[in-house]
Design a protein. Sequence first.
Lengths: 189, 603
Amino acid sequence: MCMTRMDQLPEGEVTVTPMKTFPIIRDLVTDVSFNYVQAQKVPALLPPPMPEGGYRMFQEDVERGQEFRKCIECFLCQDVCHVIRDHEDNKASYSGPRFFIRYAELEMHPLDQNDRRHLVREEMGLGYCNITKCCTEVCPEHIHITDNAIIPLKERVVDVAYDPVAWLGRKILRRTNRSAADADVQPAP
Amino acid sequence: MTDYEHHEYDVLIIGAGGAGLRAAIEAKQRGLSVGIVTKSLLGKAHTVMAEGGMAAAMGNVYPEDNWKVHFRDTMRGGKYLNNYRMAELHAKESPDRVWELEQWGALFDRTKDGKILQRDFGGHRYARLAHVGDRTGLELIRTLQQKVVSMGTDVYMECKVLKLVHDADGRVAGCVAYWRPSGEFVTFGAKSVILATGGTGKSWKFTSNSWEGTGDGHAMALWAGAQLIDMECIQFHPTGMVWPHSVRGLLVTEGVRGDGGVLRNSEGKRFMFNYVADMFRAETAETEEEADKWYDDHTAGRRPPELLPRDEVARAINTEVKAGRGSPHGGVFLDIASRRSPEFIRRRLPSMYHQFMELAGVDITTDPMEIGPTCHYIMGGVKVDAETAATLAPGLFAAGEVAGGMHGANRLGGNSLSDLVVFGKRAGMGAADYVESGQAATTLDMGEVEAAVKEALAPFDRASGENPYDIQRDLQEMMQVNVGIIRTASELEFAATELDKFTERVKNIAVKGGRAYNPGWNLTTDLPAMLTVCRTVTRGATLRKESRGGHTREDFPAADPAFAKFNFAHSTNGGNWDSPIDTVESPLLEMPDDLKALLEEDH
């Protein structure tokens, strides 16, 4: 994909085409604003107040999220994802692999108190992903999008949706399902 | 008069790197309306290139670290040309700026007891760089980007600002820009404008800067009535890749030389032995045999000359290239392949090995690298007030690489990321205070808008003329050779007369095609800024008849205390890119005695 070297291709004419998932503006330039719209839908991190001297987190706990934060937002994973590449109308209800790793990162964040599982299932279309791993194959940062983000995220979402104890807990405790718009603006320390 | 698409904000921020995004958060938290304009996409800023970390005296690894030591290190690194107050605020506030990033989702590497891990870096007395592996800049930009997005800030992407616009009373009142996708013009009215446009490296042939680094903000500030200082102080890395093209500008760590890599010219000669200055003679090996013993046992021989200080190595490379003994693409050879086994190289330099293999198809275990001095960072920039980031143009603020003073004559590694957030926040505060003070501008001078639009469109009207890419290439070549890492009077004089010729050439550019995504036209609109920056750099370099920090003169190799008392400050009267530039000696701020005492203390 983007890292392919010309000298690795067979002799002769090379055909380059624009990304298929996004509308063409001109030549090879596509309009990737879909991704920025999806970014606006992500409820922000909600940490507890910071204690004196900073938060304590451990390397093995932050490492899971750090893998997803390597993402350079090239959007190749979005381009190859069949759910939106081949079905334009799915874009309204599907955020795509780039944002599944973002949701996974927040869900695995040691400080986060938000719960996005309902949102990811109901509005971000996690269920549409049928784990073909196309996204993982093209990631230039070698992020294990499917194995380390999407599958664990699916498991968590299923837990909250079908676990009767969790269902009851939700009824009683009404855990927060915040949207990005009402995420707290944390004052500077 | 044409009707343009128009937007109004309390605070308009030009540039969406670390400084611009941090400023946006601050102004937004004050309840003001904020717009961000970037010629690139959100999250693609040059900030992401910073690898090492963010310097902040948190004392997580060395409890004895504190702001006073960090202040001293910064001033020493800057060869005392710094705005002391900026260095002081930076040292005091950077720990809080790091901790707040964590509240917004940043995941820094940790110490064993769960605090933010800090690493050692050149010039810092203690290990104080908060980091995430080697991608700290990416972490910073993502964190700020996600925060800005979650606050619902308006971001105008792929929108290139041409010029700042005043109101009838001469206050900065907004800007005129165009959309890269359509080529349509757009105006922004703002009560205050913050410049956060980054650096200027793209005026040099070999640079680590990405395509955005054309000095737009430096130039626009000058045109709008602000001053530029220390423009001669530019950091060049002695060993950046010059070939193949796909890795041109990629920096090669000094570790390659530390692990046995040597520099050779086109004749295959290990030339550094010819460049050992008297003051280093006692500690430097005289023969290859002696030098080669040192790598395994530092007591068996003296240090190889390849490990002389960076200026010495750069001067030697520069001399070899100018004597015609350079590599085919204008550098010299850095050879580790013939000296170490492939296993050793892959084990000791894994990221270098992979980078070159993956991006360039160069196998550094079998082939030498072609390297040369590479433009990396400009210390100079818009003169600002330390507390508020206000420039001398009313209503205009500046933060990040585009601002000058913080780093003096040379920047310590790790101090740039912390600079972005410390002064990004301060610029947001300063701009917000200015807006709330009620003295802000209200209406754009449409005469200025029309003039800028007319000038931008002129190249389409010329039936024939020069190609902008030819001019850019010639300019980069000229600056690399004559105003590069090592400067001398004759070359600087030559550069000044060449720049006058470039000015005439730019006025004769012809552009073909439409305005939608027309890269030739986009470049044409960058060239006036690039030339303005080059003129101030050349002027400053000519006048500073000494060597200090990032400014090295072949004809004045030593630092001269007489030059340690002021910055060269540039301004222009006409407001146009080809207006004459005035340069004055602007005295440094007088440092209070308690801070002076810190500089002398040995911590």
